[in-house]
Design a protein around this ligand. Structure first.
Ligand code: FES
Length: 107
């Protein structure tokens, strides 16, 4: 199973094994990682699952889709070039080792 590592705003580092097809958001919420609110449950409608994808992985994970791109404009924390909504990143083998920083403000 691919691994994903989260860096929380307080500096806590958590590495988890994700089930193939589960999103980065779902993996965090199921395992009690703090800082991802996910108000809409993964419908790309709230922008409270904002993460910054480590630059080493951004090319692999790719750019946000159009809807996600619009939602990121309304995110509570600053939008950066490596911003993504974690509910829109579905884990798969190629993402093994993915590192994301959780945005400091989600609401
Ligand atoms: S959980 Fe709402 S946009 Fe990701």
């Amino acid at each position: 199973m691919p691994e994903v590592t989260y860096i929380s705003p307080d500096g806590t580092i958590t590495t988890l094994e994700a089930r193939d097809g589960d999103s980065v958001m779902e993996t965090a919420v199921k395992n009690g990682v703090e800082g991802i609110v996910a108000e809409c449950g993964g419908a790309c409608a709230c922008a409270t699952c904002h993460v910054y994808v480590d630059e080493a992985y951004f090319g692999v994970v790719g750019e946000p889709g159009d809807l996600e791109d619009d939602m990121l404009d309304g995110a509570a924390s600053e939008r950066l070039p490596n911003s993504r909504l974690s509910c829109q990143i579905k884990m798969r083998a190629e993402f093994n080792g993915l590192l994301v920083r959780i945005a400091p403000e989600q609401v």
